[in-house]
Design a protein around this ligand. Structure first.
Ligand code: FES
Ligand code: FES
Length: 173
């Protein structure tokens, strides 16, 4: 099995490991090797999106939501990864986290990190390419419409994400 020297940026910190399996999935590396259990695991086959994290090619590049259960370490080598552990700002919740709380968006919370990270990538996309107000619902649906929540919290998640988009300057034309 091919081994690689891993070198990437995780939640703002350079992270290196020598001789890791290139085919190890990112979700396993985060949870088992680094103890970052905020990224959840469920289906393991890229369906439920509970394992979503955000990846940029280089610092400052656009964020893309990816599924860590089917992303091998070889794919993230040299890139910039943000997980739910990297969202707060010195203990201050990210606006998405606060909105999820304010809107009672989740129940058990298992799906929550996936919704957060997909929304995080969406905010970055809108910062670069704002959309008309009437397209916001479609954008939210596009970003998180395929995320599975067994507690059926969809409506409140959508409401919370929409609220953040409308309240953040520069995301809507
Ligand atoms: S664990 Fe379900 S998509 Fe990754
Ligand atoms: S809040 Fe329980 S799975 Fe979504």
């Amino acid at each position: 099995m091919e081994k690689i020297d891993l070198d990437f940026i995780l939640n703002g910190e350079r992270t290196t490991r020598s001789g890791v399996h290139a085919n190890m999935m990112l979700v396993d590396f985060l949870r088992e090797e680094l103890g970052l259990t905020g990224t959840k695991f469920c289906c393991g086959i890229a369906v439920c999106r509970v394992c979503t994290v955000s990846v940029a090619r280089v610092p400052g590049a656009h964020q893309i939501a990816i599924r860590a259960c089917t992303t091998p370490l070889s794919d993230i080598n040299g890139k910039v990864v943000t997980t739910v552990e990297g969202l707060d700002d010195d203990g201050e919740l990210h606006s998405l986290q606060q909105a999820f709380l304010d809107n009672f968006a989740f129940q058990c919370g298992y799906c929550c990190p996936g919704f957060l990270m997909a929304s995080y990538a969406l905010l970055d996309q809108l910062k670069r390419s704002p959309v008309p107000r009437e397209r916001v619902d479609d954008m939210v649906e596009e970003a998180v419409g395929q995320h599975i929540c067994r507690c059926t919290g969809y409506v409140r998640y959508h409401r919370a994400i929409r609220q953040v988009i409308l309240e953040t300057p520069g995301l809507v034309t």
